[in-house]
Design a protein around this ligand. Sequence first.
Ligand code: SF4
Length: 476
Amino acid sequence: MCGVVGVVLPGRGHEAAGVAATALFALQHRGQESAGVGVADAGHLMIYKDLGMVSQVLDERRIPSLTGDLAVAHCRYSTTGSTVWENAQPTLRLGPRRSIAIGHNGNLVNTRELLSQLEGGKSRLAATTDTELLTAILADEPALDTVVALRRVLPRVKGAFSLVVLDERRVIGVRDPHGFRPLVLGRLPEPDDETKTAGWILASETAALDIVGAEVVRDVAPGEMVVLEPGREPVSIQYAKATPALCVFELIYFARPDSYMEGRNLYEARRHMGMQLAREHAVEADMVMPVPDTGGPAAAGYAEASGIPYRDGLVRNRYSGRTFIQPSQAMRQRGVNVKLSPLREVVRDRRLVVVDDSIVRGTTTKQIVGLLRRAGAREVHVRISAPPIYHPCFYGIDTAIPTELIATTHSEEEIRAFIGADSLGYLSVPGVLAALDLPYEQFCFACFDGNYPEPVPYDARARKFVLEEEPEAAPT
Ligand code: SF4
C-alpha cells in the first residue's frame, strides 16, 4: 500500500506542496504510519516528514514553509522496514549529480540483490526501506539526467513500484511493467478558466484528483514513465514492455469506492461483486448487512440480487484509529470490540447475511459474529466478496505470513466453525472477473491462486525486515 502524489504547478505562489498535501488526505486509507512532502524550489530540494496521519504531519503550520512549484507527497503503510521516522517518505538524497526525493507505493522483491549492487552497501543507507535503497542507487547513477538514470536503473528493479520522483526541475511518475499498484495522471485547470492548464498531478487514485479539482487524464501505463515539467505538456516514455497485473485487491477493497480503475468505478465494481456473491451463495435470511466501512457496496449488491432487505447492523466507532488504546485482555475475552458496535434493535431475532471483503486470520470475523450473536441475532451467514486468501503478497500488501492465513491451514467448513457462523461463502475467482467484466490476464490474483506475475526469490520471503536482518540461508 502507501499513497503517492506528484504535483507540478508553476506560477501559483508556490502552492504545489499545499495541493499535494490536500490530495494526500484523499489517500489516507492507503497508509497511516507516516506522511511527508518534498518540494523543489529554485533547484533546491527539501522534505518534511513525520510519523502519524496526514492531518497530524502536514498541517497549516508546515505547508507555508514548503515553497516551490514542484512537490511529491507520500503516506506510508510499511511493507519493508520498521515504522520509524527514518523510514517515512519521501526519501531524500542531495548528490553531486542530482538531488532527488522519492515516494514509493509497492514493494520490491529483489532488495538483497540491489543492495549487493550499491557501493558501500548498507552503511550508505539512512533508512531500512527498499525505497531508500532505490534512491541511493539512483543518486549514484553516473548519468546527469534523472530520466536517463531511471532508464538505466529501472530494468534492474523487480517487484511492485508506482513512484513519484522529484528532482531539481521535474516530477516523474513511474509504474513498474506489471503495474501492480495504480498511478493516474491528472490536469490542474486554471481556477478562472477551466480550459487553461495550470499544472499537472500524479496520484495513486482518482479520488485524490477529485479533491483538488483536477481532471483525470489517464492511467500511467505499466512500464511507463511520465515526465512533468513546468510549462510543458507531459512527456510519456515507455521504458519497458507492459505485462499488466494490477492488484485485484485494489478493486475488491483497498482503494476508495469513489476511485476509478481500469475504467471501472470501484463502488459499482464492488456492488456487482456482491450481486455475483448472492448468485453463488444464496441463503434464506431476513436482512443483509455490511461489515463497515468497506463491506457496504458488496452488501448493497447482495441485497439487490437476492431481494433480501439491506440494513445496517453494526456501527463503526469513527475515531478508533490505530493509535486508539486496545481493549485489555479481560475486555477482549468479553468480546469487546472498540471499532464496531451492534445495533441491537436491528439484529435481534433476525437471520443475518453479513457481507465483508476478506478473511485474513479469521479473528476479526469471529469477533464480529460473536458480537452479533450476543446482540440477539438468530442466524449469522457470512459472505465474503473475495476468494479465500491462500498465499502471501510480496508486492506491497503486508498480509500475514502463510501460516497465519486461516485459509492455508483450515478447510472452509473449519473456518465456518472457527468464526462461529451458520454458513460461509466466498466469491470465486471467475465470480470476481464476471463482476468486473474484465479478463484474468489484466490482474494479479496471486494471493488467491499462487500465480505470482513476478517471480519472488527465496530471500525476498524474509521481506519486511530484509534490510534490518542478516540473510537467512536458503534451504537446499
Ligand atoms: S498477491 Fe494479492 S494483494 Fe498482492 S498484488 Fe497480487 S492480488 Fe494484490
